[in-house]
Design a binder for this molecule. Structure first.
Ligand code: ADP
Ligand code: MG
Length: 376
């Protein structure tokens, strides 16, 4: 008997999936109207589902004990708590926008680490949304589903996240990175397929305890907003890379100057990375990753020893480039390596972590994968 039948006592109507993501470059630029460049991971959330006629959604997750049930007609922010707030939030936004979804049984399964900065939250929201829409054969543009999922995370779950994670989970295609221009709200598929070039993109979860993440994030955001106000621009995106030195000279505070320098140079690095990818020069993207890490460490000051050690060790072991990815203060690094060097690099990181007394890291091979879809 399938796990779905075991839990819900009925046959499933279909299976949907939505992947996690990792941002290649363009860190802390999203709230500055900047550029980001995520890929979808092979690791994903899968939802097996059947429709119900009683207006109730029942959710089970292989990682959780209980089946959680809630009624669609009494859904409101805060009415469902803990992990089930994500599926509830997805149902809530769909109803708010008058999509004619109904009750459902949902079994959530995942091979995506949670809380590691690989966006299992967006994957869970997107997977729930495509499953609920798919059960009723309602077609919605993937970018619109991403916007709905973001609204669910903002307004139902209560997490002030941007739109990158949901866009990556919905709109990425295999063998490509998703160029997402936040100011223009436009996207483009950029060829990026490391395995086809004999390369591998490794993601290493450094398992660092999260330290003051929310407060530090808010502080970085605030200094960027204050700098933009002081410079008289709507957002730091408006500062051209060519004008950086003149712009920095106009700022009085040394820390603010470094924050601005990170954002402006990081946006430039995204543009440079995209140009190299279009030219098929994937190996040359490596040094941009490394420069991004240095900027996040020295100018934006959001790395921790685990992230720095992982990056330095990967580079010393032959990686073409490496950087922290995500909000900082923990989470993951990415490293671009010759496929043949994968084991050497990962072993070196394991060893360095042991020597430093850090928790053992874990890794995955991040082949750029496709956004959310129906599996069966
Ligand atoms: P991230 O998005 O980086 O993985 P978040 O803290 O934003 O971290 O989201 C993680 C939360 O998402 C978990 O605490 C849990 O509530 C929910 N979640 C993710 N995956 C699952 C799953 N497979 N089953 C149940 N809940 C999940
Ligand atoms: Mg998240």
């Amino acid at each position: 008997m399938s796990r779905f039948v075991e839990v819900f006592g009925v046959e499933a109507d279909g299976v949907w999936r939505a992947p996690g993501r990792v941002n290649l470059i363009g860190e802390h630029t999203d709230y500055n109207d900047g550029l980001v460049l995520p890929i979808a991971l092979p690791n994903q959330i899968t939802i097996t589902a059947s429709a119900r006629t009683d207006g109730v959604i029942a959710v089970a997750s292989s990682g959780q004990q209980d089946v959680v049930e809630f009624s669609l007609d009494s859904l409101a922010p805060d009415s469902v708590k803990d992990w089930a707030a994500y599926p509830a939030g997805a149902a809530w936004v769909l109803l708010q926008d008058k999509y004619e979804i109904g009750g459902a049984n949902l079994l959530v399964e995942s091979d995506l680490p949670t809380g590691a900065g690989l966006s299992s939250s967006a994957a869970l929201l997107c997977a729930t949304a495509v499953a609920l829409l798919g059960l009723h054969s309602i077609e919605v543009d993937p970018a619109e589903v991403a916007r709905l999922a973001q609204r669910a995370e903002n307004q139902y779950v209560g997490a002030p996240v941007g739109l990158m994670d949901q866009m990556a989970s919905m709109c990425c295609t295999a063998g490509h990175a998703l160029y997402f221009d936040i100011r223009a709200m436009s996207t483009a598929q950029i060829p990026f397929d490391p395995p086809a070039d004999g390369l591998a993109l490794l993601v290493v979860d450094v398992k660092a305890p999260h330290r003051h993440v929310d407060g530090e994030y808010a502080a970085r955001r605030k200094s960027c907003e204050q700098a933009a106000a002081e410079l008289g621009v709507p957002a730091l995106r408006s500062i051209a890379f060519e004008d950086l030195d003149d712009t920095l000279a106009r700022l009085t505070d040394e820390v603010t100057r470094r924050r601005v320098r990170h954002v402006v140079t990081e946006i430039r690095r995204v543009e440079d990375a995209v140009a190299l990818m279009h030219a098929g020069r994937l190996r040359d993207v490596g040094p941009l990753f490394t420069a991004s890490h240095a900027s996040l460490r020295d100018d934006f000051e959001i790395t921790v020893p685990e992230l720095d050690v992982a990056v330095d060790t990967a580079l010393a072991a032959g990686a073409l480039g490496a950087r922290m990815t995500g909000g900082g203060f923990g989470g993951c690094i990415i490293a671009l390596v010759e496929a043949s060097a994968t084991k050497t690099v990962l072993d070196a990181i394991d060893k360095a972590f042991e020597e430093n007394g850090f928790s053992a890291p874990s890794s995955l091979d991040a082949t750029p994968s496709a956004g959310a879809s129906r599996i069966s």
